[in-house]
Design a protein around this ligand. Structure first.
Ligand SMILES: [Zn+2]
Length: 366
């Protein structure tokens, strides 16, 4: 079993500046660092190296996605607008998505990184793959960047897999704490792509990701949202994976599973309000791997999405990659015992009710 790993130094050079997110422009509050800054990604990469895990991974070199590859999902107007802003000092792709000079090229390298990871899995070069790419992608829609995302990395990779490699049914499991609205929009009428998003109820985007958003036309039933109450921990997330995600995957029978892997549902995240631990992320990974082994030859490709705790994301990332690769480094998450003791880490009745509501929709996947 070999796990592929995509990374490039340029991913850390995407400059989001000191945008204060929700604060209005002007001298209302001292600017700080943008939440989506390089540190979480840099420190995750560093821990993978120092732990020795990198030695067991197959390094995959990313390439830039072409304009035509991006345009399988994005409008030419969006692509050109990002290019023009990037070439003229930077700008904002829309809400809270600032970027600087060169981010157009870096965003193309991120989308291309997802393509390379997907191709390595499809060709059998690796058993599964993780793309530690930046900027993230799951909020970007066809004609707009959103929520720190410029281009929809996973969507572009899936379209490429279909157009070039004959890829068939794809299931996307998105456990970033925010709703995967861009991925949902990309495949909303497509019965060949099952999109599942586990997220904090109406955290971002506003009023997005409800149970009622189920797809349209031939794609009805193939979009599944699992909005969870704030405060959900390992118990709620594992219950949702076991009672909604796994049954949905088994009904759908994908040829490949894409995981939009954000770590902002962690118990230490500054933007999320959930309590997942590194052990929770590892166990969710193991469950999805079991489904992939049963359904699609183990083929999983993960794209890195959100996650904003510079202290904790590295341990969550290490746990996921140890699970994907089957290699244990022996590095202990120093936060884990403390977090496991948090009140209501186990499944709570109101969380089980939220999972029940989503589980009732699985039967429509045919
Ligand atoms: Zn997120």
């Amino acid at each position: 079993m070999t796990t592929g790993f995509v990374f490039h130094e340029l991913y850390l050079w995407h400059n989001t500046g000191n945008d204060p997110l929700f604060a209005p422009a002007g001298l209302t509050v001292q600017p700080g660092e943008h939440a989506e800054n390089p540190e979480t990604k840099r420190r995750m990469k560093n821990l993978l190296e120092v732990s020795g895990l990198t030695d067991h991974l197959a390094m995959l070199k990313p390439r830039p996605a072409t304009d035509d590859e991006l345009a399988r999902f994005h409008t030419r107007a969006h692509i050109d607008r990002i290019r023009q802003m990037s070439d003229s000092g930077g700008g904002d792709a829309s809400e809270m998505t600032p970027f600087g000079t060169g981010s157009f090229e870096i965003a193309k390298l991120a989308a291309g990184g997802a393509i390379v990871a997907l191709e390595a899995v499809l060709s059998g070069q690796v058993s599964n793959a993780y793309a530690l790419i930046r900027p993230p992608g799951h909020h970007a829609v066809a004609d707009l960047g959103m929520g720190f995302c410029l281009f929809a990395n996973a969507v572009v990779a899936i379209h490429h897999g279909r157009a070039v490699h004959g890829l068939g049914r794809v299931a996307v499991v998105d456990w970033d704490v925010h709703h995967g609205n861009g991925t949902q929009a990309a495949f909303y009428d497509d019965p060949q792509t099952l999109t599942i998003s586990l997220h904090a109820d109406r955290l971002y985007p506003a009023n997005s990701g409800t149970l009622a958003e189920r797809g349209e036309g031939a794609g009805f039933g193939y979009n599944l949202n699992i909005p969870l109450p704030p405060g959900s921990g390992d118990g709620a997330y594992l219950d949702a994976v076991q009672r909604v995600v796994l049954p949905a995957l088994h009904r759908f029978k994908p040829d490949l599973i894409v995981v939009a892997c954000g770590f902002d549902a962690s118990a230490a995240d500054p933007l999320g309000r959930m309590m997942v631990t590194s052990d929770g992320f590892a166990r969710m990974t193991a469950l999805v791997m079991q489904a992939a082994d049963a359904l699609c030859g183990g083929r999983i490709m993960m794209t890195h999405e959100g996650g904003y705790s510079a202290q904790y994301v590295p341990y969550c990332g290490l746990a996921v990659l140890e699970t994907l690769s089957g290699v244990s480094t022996g590095v202990v998450d120093p936060f884990l015992d403390h977090m496991k003791g948090f009140g209501q880490m186990e499944l709570q009745p109101h969380q089980a009710a939220a999972v029940d509501a989503a589980a009732a929709l699985v039967a429509d996947i045919g």
